[in-house]
Write a protein that binds this ligand. Structure first.
Ligand code: ADP
Length: 389
């Protein structure tokens, strides 16, 4: 019931916009009712269980008094012994009755703990190999070698995908929705292992190195930006300080914010970089969050930069600024830019077009448009040259 309610609070906007309140209210009512019935049953069992225990104790006490009384009359035990025995029995009666409730509480805790531990004990599918090696700073060569992958038992998502990105190169990844663009990034971060082929960074298979070292080499800007309750400065610095790294100076934070075009906005705030973000502070717009995420990635200065749909929630103006700044953002690192809006990757060194898990086209923007293939189709639709059928 709590999980359901928590979920509703998170998706309140969707529920209201879909005017699904009454349907959802019924679902909460059903869950609530199920909880009430279960609790009612538990209480009913309790009301039987506890009196039975008490009765057994009372009968036992009465029995021992009767038998003890007979023995005392016969002279088998001294009356004083019987009195002492009775008093001691009285002392342990209360703990005995408590035992019933304790048992009930134990059962509840046991079933809760079983659920929690079944989750906590699930081993991660991706594990460091026992002989995993450390990975220092890489040059940033990324190579997918005939990579095959599918989620669980689902359909094949990447089907013999081969691509190579040279150190320092900026490569755009385009393709229709569901082509496997985001999957590519998840594999690069080794959130999943490939089913076939290999993924190498600087010629080293990602499975042979420590995950922690691998991820330190990659800075990612995604659509959902994690912000925590703290100042803007702390949130940007998180890119560097997150895993116990050093705390960057204000000048570094400002530099990153400038490149990401967040600085102008921060300047307008009375408390500037010390403004608290989130619950009791300012709320950032989708575009501002994204800029912050870019600033964070810049600060991390990883040799490999991944921008996944990085400009999707920023306005056109910001997108243009970021585009113009892309060269500065990606300077000195290998950049993989997954884009739905093709204008973002227009100036990339090379564009790879993915379809059904394979690279179907490759080249510079102008060449691909001239070729008249899949990319040209996507481009024409997006730039408004043809109407969507
Ligand atoms: P793109 O980014 O190109 O739009 P994705 O890489 O997100 O495409 O998805 C490729 C395919 O993999 C889609 O068919 C999608 O349904 C499937 N897919 C993506 N994520 C998951 C997941 N976590 N579990 C199962 N299937 C998934």
């Amino acid at each position: 019931l709590v999980a359901r309610l928590e979920n509703y609070i998170a998706v309140l906007l969707a529920i209201k916009s879909l005017t699904a309140e009454s349907a959802e209210r019924e679902r909460v009512a059903a869950a609530s009712d199920a909880y009430r019935v279960a609790n009612h049953e538990a209480i009913r069992l309790q009301t039987v269980f506890i009196p039975v225990i008490r009765m057994a104790i009372a009968l036992g006490f009465a029995g021992s008094l009767v038998i003890g009384g007979v023995w005392a009359v016969r002279g088998d035990v001294a009356a004083s012994t019987l009195v002492l025995f009775g008093m001691m029995i009285q002392r342990i009666l209360w703990p005995m009755t408590r035992l019933g409730t304790t048992f009930d509480e134990y059962q509840r805790a046991h079933s809760s703990a079983a659920r929690i531990f079944s989750l906590l004990d699930t081993p991660p599918r991706v594990q460091d190999a026992p002989d995993a090696l450390a990975l220092g700073d890489v040059r940033g060569e990324v190579a997918f070698d005939a990579v095959r992958f599918r989620y669980g038992r689902g359909n094949v998502v990447l089907d013999g995908l081969t691509l190579c990105v040279a150190p320092g190169e900026t490569v755009g990844i385009a393709g229709p929705t569901g082509a496997g663009k985001s999957t590519l990034i998840k594999l690069l971060l080794r959130l999943y292992d490939v089913d076939g082929g290999a993924l190498r960074i600087d010629g080293r298979d990602v499975r042979s190195v420590r995950q922690h070292d691998l991820r330190r080499q990659i800075a990612v800007v995604t659509q959902d930006v994690y912000l925590f309750h703290g100042t803007i400065r702390e949130n940007i610095a998180y890119g560097l300080s997150a895993d116990g790294g050093r705390e960057p100076g204000l000048d570094e934070v400002v530099h990153a914010a400038r490149v990401a075009h967040l600085h102008e906005f921060v300047e307008t705030l009375p408390a500037g970089y010390e403004t608290i973000v989130g619950e009791r502070g300012i709320k950032l717009s989708g575009g501002q969050r994204q800029r912050l995420s870019i600033a964070r990635a810049i600060l991390k200065r990883a040799p490999i930069l991944v921008l996944d749909e990085a400009t999707s929630s920023v306005d056109t103006e910001t997108e243009r600024e970021i585009q113009e700044n892309l060269a500065r953002i990606t300077a000195g690192c290998t950049a993989l830019i997954v884009a739905h809006r093709l204008s973002t990757i227009r100036h990339a060194d090379r564009i790879l077009v993915l379809d059904e898990g394979r690279v179907v086209e490759e080249g510079r923007h102008d060449d691909l448009v001239a070729r008249g293939g899949l990319y040209a189709d996507l481009w024409n639709v997006q730039s408004g040259n043809v109407a969507v059928a």
